[in-house]
Design a protein around this ligand. Sequence first.
Ligand code: AMP
Length: 371
Amino acid sequence: MTFKNLNIIDPILKALEQEKYVTPTPIQQQAIPLILKGSDVMGCAQTGTGKTAAFAIPILQRLANTPEKQPNAIRTLILTPTRELAIQISDNFTSYGTHMKLKHTFIFGGVSQFHQIKTLKKGTDILIATPGRLLDLMQQREVDLSHLEIFVLDEADRMLDMGFVHDVKKVVASLPQNRQTLFFSATMPDTIKKLAEKILKNPAYVSVDPVSSTAQSITQSVYFVEKNDKEKLLATILDEEGISRSLVFTRTKHGANKLVDKLTKKGITAAAIHGNKSQNARQKALEDFKLNSLRVLVATDIASRGIDIDELPHVVNYDLPNIPETYVHRIGRTGRGGKKGTAVTFCSTEEKSDLKNIEKLIGVRLTVSTV
Ligand code: AMP
């Protein structure tokens, strides 16, 4: 199976070749033909499965193949929960659409709206937005969605987790009825199914991997270690296993800051990203990490959602998440696109019940490691 078999048009094929994509991933194989023919789609896929390209590629193709009804109108809206995700989706559109004339831009909160409005005024075909800022700009009449053709709700489960449900409903209520809707979520709890039933029309269902499964390419193990010894264990693992870059998850913002201080004192370059950090600080930490000038990026769950770093081989669950699905999201940062990854979990006595719940969800007992 190739992208050509999926009837992808030449300018996109050329871009995919430059990206070195050879074979469509399973979610792409399933979703692309459905989206191209105009169906509503409900997709169940976790990050790392190629989900973004699964909607971005056919959207570019549909927009290129149908003439615009209104010059400069927004034709596609992608709603996503975090700024980091908005930027990443935008980067994907830049890559896949590099040989096309379609314009895209993103808007999100936490930064001045001035430049966002300026860009919007120039006209955009594809708008990638977080819900709060979108509603703000809609109320200010800076965003007009009345000519929308395609609506994508990305990471719907996280959107609800983050308390965006009312915002999402408000946005949906303002969209034209006659549109194509694509809905993606890593997990499908009942609340998500109900929301989907309301906004999708006769959707086709696509799903890759059972919701709870973790990618086969990830080696998972657990160290039983008490809270106060975790930092020493982390330094030991990084050194002994010669790990040049690791994404480390803590449960709290405070815990993330504390760990960064301790690692820095040990001479390990580290920075934290979490909700209390400014947008600029988060972007800078992410860039430094991508450029290899940081060895450890410490993240909390919400800030980390959607982080897409090519070749990220190592993830550490410094604290165990108390929601088992979060474990699946976290370790989905590694082993992307079939590459090999390692996920290490530090479990203290108090966290053993969390570990049990995770193992129950993923149906795997983690291998116990010792140093
Ligand atoms: P996503 O699930 O959208 O976060 O994508 C995960 C990663 O897989 C990203 O780094 C994409 O660039 C990459 N990717 C997506 N589709 C393909 C493909 N068909 N072949 C190789 N890599 C891909």
